[in-house]
Ligand binder design. Structure first.
Ligand SMILES: [Zn+2]
Length: 470
């Protein structure tokens, strides 16, 4: 189609008839879908949908796929100023980079870094992100304002730590603030409240249990980072005699409303614990590649029926590269050694970044699939180019040949938010300019301790290994 223009996708009600539609059962030809007031109201064989909706003219989209927007199951929106400062760093970067950086952000810094991250997410094909909670003292409303303005759906975490560095905080005040967070964003359109504890060791057992229950009672998810690094597992074993995931179980904090990030270092007994409690996992393949000790056994989790989604952990908000990494890492870590050439096939990684992800992040009735009643959180993808020609297995081709440059349009709640990578109704260039003006100062103010040098200095060090200055 040569005359596809953003205006054509800007109507409140639409009947889209693309070449292919990605349904929960896989991609289908000769199908159409209807969007009314931000929701998908009809989907099915094209002629039947057209007959049921005579008031709408079909918008033919040859050479295009309409698919659900991707879900990033684990993000830290307020870390975006420092995302390129973490390369080459040894594990537990949060202690030396993230906590100092986020702690140094003022309200404008929180807003700008969140909006920058939201823009990058939308450009990368994500229509929903799960934020694990900021360590900034600034009001999380700045994060919600940024994502709302950008048009990104956000599961917004609120951190409730009361031990470790947070020891001495008023526990009653923490719980009151948690309840207020849940109430404040309960009916907030694109924002969905969530509660979080950074890692189990920074909360008392009573707080872990109470916060998890509060989230469950509110229909929200409870988030924690668990079993990511060897040092954290060892520390937990020494201090508690339990591994972090076992610690959460001992505090009675697991359950179907819980989303744990990472779980890269899991024993068979812990996998059984996840099955038994129906706890969900955020598998973060790029984070494993860049800073991990291991890869979460996601294909095994799929086989065991453990609910999981896929996340970026703030590394790189590019959904197609994320699902490619999800497949590749499973293949390298588990498939190659046993001759598992399928390694879940492409659809496993596609589903766990869309429809199955929605279930894991607590939004199974809201987004993640082209089903009547769900929000029209959609991507229009150009499949007319050489990468998808000839096409034999589009679902798997999306994992291996998909690229964000092929995303023509991003709709969230039925509203066109990006056209060929750029917002249609706000000035992204002005945002980037403002970020450039303030990010260096924010990073300079933060007491960040980096171990690895920037490339320029690292090259010098390689020439003179006795020079240890970084
Ligand atoms: Zn994280």
């Amino acid at each position: 189609m040569t005359d596809l223009r953003p205006e054509l996708l800007s109507a409140a009600d639409l009947l889209l008839a693309p070449e292919r539609v990605l349904l929960e059962a896989g991609s289908a030809a000769d199908h159409a879908l209807v969007i009314r007031d931000g929701l998908i109201t009809d989907v099915g064989p094209r002629d039947a949908v057209a007959a049921r909706n005579p008031d709408l003219a079909a918008l033919d989209l040859p050479g295009h796929l309409v698919m659900p927007g991707f879900i990033d199951a684990h993000h830290h929106l307020t870390q975006s100023f420092g995302k390129a400062l973490a390369f080459g760093e040894p594990s537990e970067i949060f202690r030396r980079i993230w906590v100092p950086l986020e702690g140094a952000l003022d309200a404008e810094g929180v807003y700008l870094s969140s909006k920058l991250a939201a823009l990058e997410s939308l450009r990368g094909g994500f229509t929903t992100v799960v934020d694990a909670g900021t360590r900034s003292e600034a009001d999380v409303a700045a994060v919600a304002r940024a994502t709302r303005e950008a048009g990104l759906r956000c599961v917004l975490g609120f951190i409730c730590n009361d031990a470790g560095p947070a020891a001495g905080r008023d526990k009653a005040a923490i719980l009151r603030a948690a309840e207020q967070h849940l109430a404040r964003f309960r009916d907030d359109g694109l924002t969905h409240p969530s509660l979080a504890i950074s890692i189990p060791e920074v909360a008392t057992d009573a707080m872990l249990h109470r916060v998890s229950r509060l989230a469950a009672e509110a229909g929200a998810i409870f988030q924690a980072h668990v079993n990511e690094h060897l040092v954290a597992v060892e520390r937990s074993l020494v201090e508690r005699g339990l591994r972090p995931l076992e610690h959460l179980a001992a505090a009675d904090a697991l359950g179907p409303h819980v989303l744990i990030a990472h779980s890269t270092l899991v024993t068979p007994a812990e996998l059984t614990l996840l099955v038994r409690t129906d706890t969900a996992v955020a598998y973060n393949p790029v984070a494993s590649t860049w800073k991990g000790n291991a890869v979460a056994p996601a294909e095994m989790m799929a086989e065991l029926g453990i609910r999981f989604a896929i996340g970026t952990d703030g590394t790189r908000s590019d959904a197609f590269r994320m699902i490619e990494a999800a497949e590749t890492l499973q293949r390298i870590a588990f498939g190659l050694g046993v001759g598992d050439f399928s390694t879940g096939a492409g659809w496993t990684w596609l589903d766990h970044a869309t429809c199955r992800a929605a279930d894991a992040v607590g939004l199974k009735d809201v987004t993640g699939a082209i089903v009547p009643g769900r929000a029209a959180d959609l991507l229009l993808v150009d499949i007319s180019g050489p990468e998808f020609t000839p096409s034999w297995d589009l679902d798997w081709e999306l994992v291996r040949y998909g690229n964000r440059d092929q995303i023509v349009a991003v709709l969230v709640a039925g509203r066109l938010r990006l056209w060929r990578g750029w917002p249609t109704d706000w000035d992204a260039c002005a945002l980037i300019e403002r970020v450039r003006a303030v990010a260096a100062g924010a990073v300079a103010r933060a007491p960040i301790k980096r171990i690895h040098a920037l490339s320029r200095d690292h090259r010098k060090h390689r020439q003179d290994p006795t020079d240890r200055r970084l």
